[in-house]
Design a protein around this ligand. Structure first.
Ligand SMILES: [Zn+2]
Length: 862
């Protein structure tokens, strides 16, 4: 079906026709000639072609690599779509009111024709090199990071010098004299991934968030059409930086710039796949068109001056930012649960004119991402984004958190037809799926969870893998990737294919990842359900390690050679580094200790008398209330600093004398300074009601009544523990009847098992973080920036975490790039650019972990 792809001549004809039919909206021009004397077509689409160059513009390029036909084809389809719909589509009209579209659908016409007619795998242009070989990789012929080489037959030969080729010179000349270009998208195949400009360095730039968000908004449009997920990968450490690409050249001119890798093969089957790819990329392109004016140099709204976290709790976050106050603007805050997510109406959480925002009702121990932009109320222009905030909410009062990484020695993959499977452990990548030559491949990931300790109760878990590459997953919408917990009794040798294939899976985890969800640059998570957490718990308790098997499709479609996914192991020469190891994230609590407290004193307080050691509540003969009071002392509980009360309830047992009337009883947590007299009791200060009230009828059915504490009462109880204070409760009758006389219920006191009790569940947990580290220093060693410090001298010290951020002082242990976590007292910033200012933050932590305040040190770029 490849013949459905149009030739270069055909697109030229189509564009000529468009020019005739839509003279006000469409123009084609030649911006240069190729080695084989073909015109390099540039088309302009505008609401008014005469004023096109005065509006901010999108610059589209495609098929700079000859065999990547999608760029040319999508260019034709996109132009067709706009021209055919412009008249009837108000959204399109509004976009084109503000934006011009320039497209070079095929930046390598000679190569494209050669690929179409002679050798479909051809990538370069058709220059005749000095040695008689053919071709320069045009996308290595731009100057940023250009690599000089004499390997002319290489597929990535970059030419004798930057801009040695007429095709790249044509692009350069056009872009350099069109300063209205704000976004450049270069279309390639394959991978279902966006590669935003990396600025030829391993650190985020001020516009990294802008580029990631642009790509994510485009990706979301694609997902809406087909369910297909696109990755976003800026090519950060330690992957190879792409030298001499057009993307980096455009970015060097201040243009928001990305490569778009479409589909799963260089040349997809048109009817089956390309069709859908074209369809889904049209709304994606329109999402980019929508953003074009916001990146214009004439945009009146600039990004905020700062964007910071001021407080993090287990369920809330406070943010602030700085901007010159101006009544014409407001701020938009977007919140996401995953990195590199879109910013659209579905995750816009507030529009505000304030310079701060408090986000509440968050989930504890979870990652959150915040983005901010400024909007002009009158023109609706939007500013660029400030660099994204990343954070993790604190653990809840009863929670602990652990991140366990794969144990390298016992993590690897086995392939059916290879006999050196043991060599795949501890290095490089996990290959999972099927390949004509290798056969079926499974990955094994082993995680040691010994430090979890006895009594840990797993509440929540996720297993995470970092996708390196999906290039070998070449079949569209075919197969799924599952993760299962292995029964270690049946495991055998994890480096032996047959043993791995036959091992029993106790439980698959979460939902499978479908082939069209595979991509790169964005972590893939398998989230455990409550039931799956139970299995995880049992295995952790029994073996102190978890073994996962990851499996993909086990059969191929006829004529196709592979459907194989590559996940990172983090270790080894080709791994992306320790940050990218497979990991298991756990939130857990500890089996509580239950302490029953008996009252120090109980009284029945009526108008007439105060009687000790008796509990009666109700109404006296005059209809006045009779109260009972209880006093407890908390000093038998363990110390406040290392104890958390996780649950509390009050137990009361009624005697077996019941009344029929509509009387209810409720229990109040009251200020402990209450005096035992009628006056004081009736004017008591109530802290909170405990549990729900019980009716006289309920007492008949249930002699024992439990009054559970709500969260506020639990917090108060925790505070009282700090002071080792006495605490008091009042049992009070209520009724909807006007007159109740001589109606009361008595409750057991003397019989110990039926006596009133305060039942408190508590766990050992440090409440406060450790001391900060001391003497944080920056030095340089072996050409790298070295950060060193003194660890706190504390037996609860577990480690330090070092975070780097170029745009703000990291307040959260997640707000930036993690450089180190462990017990050492130094680390290196392996990929740190020495010419850029940045902050390093060092946090000390205990086993909860509670993180100390960071010690922040600023690096001044030279
Ligand atoms: Zn390419």
């Amino acid at each position: 079906m490849k013949q459905l792809y149009r030739s270069y001549d055909e697109s030229t004809k189509i564009f000529k026709k468009f020019q005739e039919n839509y003279p006000n909206n469409f123009k084609m021009e030649s911006i240069g000639k190729t080695w084989e004397k073909r015109d390099i077509n540039l088309i302009t689409i505008s609401k008014d072609i005469k004023s096109a160059d005065s509006k901010p513009a999108l610059f589209y390029t495609g098929t700079i690599h000859a065999r990547e036909w999608v760029g040319h084809e999508l260019g034709i389809e996109f132009a067709t779509y706009i021209l055919e719909n412009l008249e009837n589509d108000p959204t399109l009209q509004a976009y084109l009111e503000k934006t011009t579209i320039y497209m070079v659908p095929c930046a390598n016409p000679d190569g494209y024709e050669y690929s179409k007619n002679h050798f479909s795998f051809w990538r370069k242009n058709r220059r005749v090199n000095v040695d008689g070989s053919y071709g320069v990789d045009l996308n290595r012929n731009f100057p940023i990071g250009y690599v000089k080489s004499t390997a002319t037959t290489s597929n990535v030969y970059g030419g004798p010098e930057p801009f040695s080729e007429p095709e790249t010179r044509a692009l350069r000349d056009f872009v350099e004299c069109h300063e209205n270009i704000t976004i450049a998208l270069d279309y390639h195949s394959q991978g279902n991934v966006f590669f935003p400009a990396h600025d030829f360095r391993h650190e985020d730039t001020i516009d990294t968030t802008d580029m990631n968000t642009l790509c994510a908004n485009m990706a979301e449009e694609i997902r809406k059409i087909s369910g297909r997920e696109y990755g976003i990968h800026q090519g950060k450490p330690p992957t190879k930086l792409i030298s001499g690409s057009g993307r980096e050249f455009y970015h060097s001119l201040g243009i928001i710039s990305s490569v778009v890798e479409v589909g799963t093969r260089n040349i997809s089957d048109y009817m089956d796949d390309m069709n859908e790819n074209l369809r889904e990329h049209i709304p994606a392109l329109l999402a980019a068109v929508k953003e074009v004016p916001n990146y214009s140099k004439n945009n009146s709204v600039s990004r905020v001056n700062s964007f910071e976290i001021t407080e993090i709790g287990s369920h809330h976050v406070n943010l602030k930012w700085d901007y010159e106050i101006n009544k014409d603007v407001f701020f938009e805050i977007y919140r996401s649960r995953q990195d590199k997510n879109f910013c659209n109406n579905s995750n816009l959480i507030v529009r505000t004119s304030n310079l701060e925002f408090s986000d509440i009702n968050l989930t504890s121990n979870k990652d959150y991402y915040y983005n901010i932009r400024v909007v002009n109320k009158k023109t609706f222009e939007k500013s660029p984004f400030y660099p994204q905030i990343k954070l993790r909410t604190d653990c809840d009062y009863d929670e602990f958190s652990r991140t366990y990484y794969a144990n390298s020695k016992n993590t690897g993959y086995v392939a059916e037809n290879l006999n050196d499977n043991s060599k795949h452990f501890g290095v490089n990548s996990l290959f999972v799926g099927i390949d004509e030559n290798k056969g079926i491949s499974y990955a094994i990931v082993t995680v040691d969870v010994k430090s979890l300790g006895e009594g840990a109760l797993i509440k929540d878990a996720s297993f995470n893998l970092y996708p390196i590459n999906r290039v070998s997953t070449t079949i569209e919408k075919y197969g799924e990737w599952n993760t299962g917990i292995v029964n270690q009794e049946t495991m055998g040798d994890i480096t032996n294919y047959d043993d791995v294939e036959n091992m029993e899976i106790l439980q698959y985890v979460g939902r499978p990842t479908q082939s069209h969800q595979l991509t790169q640059g964005i972590w893939r998570a398998w989230n455990f359900s409550g039931m799956e957490c139970k299995v995880l718990q049992e295995v952790a308790d029994k073996y102190e390690k978890i073994v996962f098997r990851i499996e993909g499709p086990t059969e191929l479609i006829i004529g196709r050679t592979k459907q194989m996914m590559q996940w990172d192991i983090g270790y080894g020469k080709f791994g992306y580094g320790l940050t990218y190891r497979p990991r298991l994230e756990l939130t857990y609590t500890i089996k509580p200790t239950i302490t029953e407290l008996y009252p120090k004193a109980v009284y029945t307080v009526s108008k007439e008398s105060v009687i000790s050691d008796e509990i009666t509540a109700g109404y006296d003969e005059q209809g006045r209330k009779i109260y009972s009071t209880f006093e407890f002392n908390l000093s038998s509980l363990p110390p406040y600093n290392s104890t958390m009360i996780t649950k509390a309830y009050f137990e009361l047992n009624s005697t077996k004398i019941y009344i029929k009337d509509d009387i209810r009883f409720h229990l109040e947590f009251v200020d402990e300074n209450i005096e035992q007299n009628y006056e004081d009791i009736t004017n008591r200060e109530i802290i909170q009601n405990v549990g729900y009230d019980v009716s006289a009828t309920e007492l008949k059915n249930n002699q024992t009544q439990h009054f559970p504490f709500d969260s506020f009462s639990e917090i108060t109880l925790n505070e009282k523990l700090k002071a080792k204070a006495d605490i008091s409760f009042v049992l009070k009758p209520t009724s909807s009847k006007k007159a109740n006389k001589s109606k009361s219920v008595s409750w057991e006191v003397k019989n110990r098992s039926l006596s009133p009790k305060l039942i408190i569940e508590h766990i050992p947990k440090r409440r406060f973080p450790l001391e900060k580290v001391k003497n944080v220093k920056l030095t340089q060693e072996n050409g790298k920036i070295k950060i060193s410090w003194d660890n706190p001298d504390d037996s609860d010290f577990v480690g330090v975490k070092v975070i780097k951020n170029a745009y703000r002082e990291p307040y959260s242990t997640h707000d930036g790039q993690k450089l180190y976590s462990g017990v050492d007292d130094y680390t290196f910033d392996d990929f740190g650019a020495k010419d850029i200012n940045k902050y390093y933050a060092v946090f000390a932590y205990d086993e909860v972990p509670n993180y100390s305040e960071p010690v922040i040190i600023e690096y001044k770029g030279k």
